[in-house]
Design a protein around this ligand. Structure first.
Ligand code: ACO
Length: 232
């Protein structure tokens, strides 16, 4: 069904009645009963996935006016690890990653942004790394490109072949579609780098500079965000 949806999208959405759900992100045909049914099901499972009931022990590493950041480590209780995995799966689904496993799951740190409505609206997975390769400036003209062309061209970035020292690899960063452009990704990354309450940063007892962070295989959104974040 996914391949069919893709074809419809490429042929032009309106003509064929394809709809993109603004919250769960599913592409479906509103005219089709079958599609509507599948969307309702997926939508519900998506909402269940981001629902956060609260835990007896939460490792809160930062608090904000509209939510908090909870850190989940691989050895945490099963319910915490499972929630982190559920959210990662939703994010991967949207990123188009198919079961890309983490480099080293026993070392990964998952930061979940939980909002005041008890929903996980952000997820950042960080891993220890030694080096990264800088994404090189794309010289080509992008002004006259359609969005599709842009996505096509910019999915594969040209990278430098010279490794540079890095310490923290952001293997996933995702924010719920209805909560974007409110600084949630920025706050998650700031917390990874600097911690809060003068502790709880990615590197125990220390801070990371922006240069010590690397993003793995960024999407167009991810690259725009990272570029902006790093120039601040
Ligand atoms: N287009 C242009 N600029 C952007 C975009 C965008 N889509 N997203 C962020 N920025 C820039 C803006 O300058 C923004 O500041 P402004 O809103 O004041 O202009 C600044 O970055 C900070 O943005 P945040 O609000 O902190 O970012 P947000 O919480 O919206 O999350 C993210 C950004 C994570 C990329 C989100 O768009 C997302 O989840 N996208 C889908 C998943 C995805 O592609 N993730 C990145 C994958 S790469 C990887 O995981 C390693």
């Amino acid at each position: 069904a996914e391949a069919d949806d893709q074809l419809i999208i490429d042929a032009g959405q309106k003509q064929f009645g394809a709809t993109v759900c603004g919250s769960c992100g599913m592409i479906y045909s509103a005219d089709s009963l079958e599609d509507n049914f599948q969307h309702t099901q997926f939508h519900q499972s998506f909402l269940d996935g981001i629902k956060f009931v609260g835990w007896k022990k939460e490792r809160v590493v930062a608090e904000f006016w509209d939510g908090k950041i909870i850190l989940v480590l691989p050895d945490d209780p099963k319910y915490a690890v499972k929630k982190a995995e559920d959210v990662r799966r939703l994010a991967d689904n949207e990123l188009g990653f198919q079961q890309v496993s983490l480099r080293c799951p026993s070392q990964a740190k998952t930061y979940l942004y939980v909002n005041s409505d008890r929903m996980v609206v952000g997820c950042l997975i960080a891993e220890h790394i030694r080096q990264g390769f800088r994404v090189l400036e794309q010289p080509e003209q992008t002004k006259d490109m359609t969005r599709e062309d842009f996505m096509e061209h910019h999915r594969a970035w040209c990278c430098s072949t010279t490794p540079e020292k890095a310490i923290c690899g952001v293997s996933r960063i995702w924010v719920f579609s209805l909560a974007r452009r409110k600084g949630i990704a920025t706050r998650m990354l700031d917390t990874v780098r600097l911690g809060n309450y003068y502790r709880n940063s990615f590197v125990y007892g220390g801070h990371l500079t922006k240069e010590e962070i690397a993003f793995s295989d960024p999407t167009p959104d991810g690259k725009l965000f990272a570029t902006k974040y790093c120039e601040k």
